[in-house]
Design a protein around this ligand. Structure first.
Ligand code: T5A
Length: 223
């Protein structure tokens, strides 16, 4: 299936820093959509298809980091192509909602803004992988860096931090700024969600955004 395949479903991505609550909220959003009778596929990046999950292991191990941000961006893009072809586009084509924990905005923020890659390269990679399969709605979960890292650390327990969790405070502050800039540049696609609140409050904010932007009678292409 290629980037121009017909799509009927709705594509929602969740973005934000470490420990922002994306996985938790992806699950809750999917539950609400299913209660409304929609088919909903939850997935994640890097990963989300057998091939991309193998690349995830390599990327999060840190093995690619010494090769530089360009090599990392290429590998994230390779994983994204496999994920789109085998999971996302087939689900959208049969009319499902796809709720994806991280997507191309993470490459813009991590490898682009923080890896100092040329924005032209980032755009070209995104265009190659994503084609016309842009998210209909991107929820940017925003919260103070220390709160997100504390949540991620608490959940990890004694397990080793991954390649990005090991980065310092300045990296994570830069990340927060990069995601907020993406939201400011594309307000029609992005909604910033206050992720410092309780799990249920955040879930309600997300549902309000989904209802108003994708499910309301005035929203285009309502399922
Ligand atoms: N990456 C990814 C790139 O560099 N480029 C790319 O193109 C892509 C796609 C992925 C890494 O890869 C990088 C970014 C990442 O560093 P990952 O393991 O998938 O690594 O890590 P994250 O996406 O950062 O996800 P995390 O698992 O760290 O965080 P989540 O999913 O945002 O948070 P979640 O829901 O797991 O919650 C974390 C903990 O907090 C609790 C949860 O119970 C959990 O214990 N929690 C809350 N506690 C209090 N209040 C709330 N509101 C809470 N919500 C959740």
């Amino acid at each position: 299936m290629n980037a121009t395949s017909a799509r009927l479903g709705r594509f929602i991505t969740l973005e934000g820093g470490e420990g922002a609550g994306k996985s938790t909220q992806s699950r809750l959003l999917a539950e609400r959509l299913r209660l409304r009778g929609f088919e909903c596929v939850t997935t994640r990046e890097p990963g989300g298809s057998p091939g991309a999950e193998r690349l995830r292991e390599i990327l999060l191990s840190g093995a690619v980091a010494p090769l530089g941000a360009t090599a990392e961006a290429l590998l994230f893009t390779a994983a994204r192509i496999d994920h789109l072809d085998h999971t996302i586009r087939p689900a959208l084509a049969r009319g499902a909602f796809v709720v994806c924990d991280r997507f191309a905005d993470s490459t813009r923020a991590y490898q682009g803004a923080l890896g100092n890659l040329d924005p032209v390269l980032i755009r070209a990679l995104e265009h190659t992988a994503v084609g016309r399969t842009h998210p209909d709605l991107t929820l940017i979960l925003d919260l103070p860096v220390e709160v997100g890292l504390a949540r991620a650390n608490a959940r990890r327990g004694d397990a080793a931090a991954d390649r990005f969790e090991r980065e310092g405070q300045a990296f994570h502050e830069g990340l927060r700024k990069a995601f907020l800039e993406i939201a400011a540049q594309e307000p029609a696609r992005c909604a910033v969600i206050d992720a410092s609140r309780s799990v249920s409050e955040i879930a309600d904010l997300i549902w309000a955004a989904v209802e108003s932007r994708l499910l309301a009678p005035s929203a285009k292409g309502v399922a």
